[in-house]
Design a binder for this molecule. Structure first.
Ligand SMILES: NC(=O)C1=CN([C@@H]2O[C@H](COP(=O)(O)OP(=O)(O)OC[C@H]3O[C@@H](n4cnc5c(N)ncnc54)[C@H](OP(=O)(O)O)[C@@H]3O)[C@@H](O)[C@H]2O)C=CC1
Ligand SMILES: O=C([O-])CC(=O)C(=O)O
Length: 259
């Protein structure tokens, strides 16, 4: 399988390292970046239009929300499937529609990885019957919220107790916290949509991990899923499970057993 990764940060580099360590039957043919960079194990592309010549089977994005549309459209035009991690891009109307319309026309697929939110398959299945409510709490240590709008909404360095600094629809969470609330759009796409899915963002001085708690009820019954994800060494905002989820998606596409 011919793979292109977009982004070589905490997640992208970890996905590539794990693919090599596990000797996955995957050929990493290029990495897409904003600017040229040395020291990568394959050629670097900076222009999405150059994807077509590489004939990729799958393009996996772990770069940032600005990368989703240009690289996604180019990937689908090049005949590849496209798997974006920066799902907060879908808080803007039309972005997902443009990709899905092109995928349909090309006979390809846009695949949303569960990312930091393993277990989303249960919600996506439950949503085949009507859902009454979906609430997603994102609870992270103060350092994971540094450099975001949370700094002006609460006193991150002086927290004495878990503090809810945002509560609202998934669309707004993803727009305002693009580095920490990609998962809000994953929950929304799986369940009740970007406007009816409620998100609570919480800074917890005692948290040692990035916790995701999804509570849903509907005609299927009731669920409560909690994940305590360790952060990646390269970026405390990003859970290691995100890289593992991309790895699983890639290996499932390359191998004979899908699990
Ligand atoms: N779906 C999910 O569950 C999760 C999603 N994420 C998202 O995944 C993405 C990657 O996260 P992470 O690896 O931690 O981030 P990093 O900041 O560690 O790495 C980002 C990488 O992408 C490159 N990059 C940034 N913008 C662009 C662009 N417009 N075009 C091409 N390359 C670009 C950067 O290179 P340079 O800056 O040198 O150009 C860098 O190599 C982020 O958007 C993050 O918010 C994170 C966690 C969970
Ligand atoms: O990695 C996580 O725990 C979630 C995250 O940052 C995001 O959704 O952007």
């Amino acid at each position: 399988m011919r793979l292109v990764l977009i982004g070589w940060g905490a997640i992208g580099a970890e996905v590539a390292r794990l693919l090599m360590a596990r000797k996955a039957p995957v050929d990493l043919v290029a990495v897409g970046l904003r600017a040229p960079r040395d020291g990568l194990p394959c050629p670097v592309l900076t222009d999405p239009a150059d994807l077509a010549a590489l004939r990729p089977d799958l393009v996996v994005e772990a770069a940032g929300r600005a990368a989703v549309l240009p690289w996604g459209l180019a990937a689908l035009r090049a005949g590849a499937d496209f798997a974006p991690a920066s799902t907060s891009a879908f808080a803007e109307d039309g972005v997902l529609d443009r990709l899905v319309d092109l995928a349909r026309a090309q006979g390809r697929q846009v695949v949303i990885p569960p990312g930091a939110l393993g277990g989303i398959g249960a919600l996506a299945a439950a949503a085949r019957l009507p859902l009454d409510s979906v609430i997603h709490e994102v609870i992270k240590p103060a350092r994971a919220w540094q450099g975001t709008e949370a700094e002006s909404l609460c006193d991150l360095s002086g927290l004495a107790a878990p503090t809810v600094f945002f509560e609202g629809p998934a669309r707004e969470a993803a727009r305002r916290f693009p580095q920490n609330a990609n998962v809000a759009l994953i929950t929304a796409l799986a369940g009740l949509g970007a406007d009816a899915t409620r998100i609570r963002l919480i800074a917890d001085p005692a948290a040692g991990a990035n916790r995701h708690r999804v509570l849903a009820q509907g005609a299927f019954g009731r669920m409560e899923i909690t994940l305590d994800n360790l952060p990646l060494a390269g970026n405390p905002k990003s859970s290691a499970l995100t890289a593992l989820s991309l790895l699983r998606l890639i290996e499932n596409r390359a191998g004979a057993l899908v699990i």
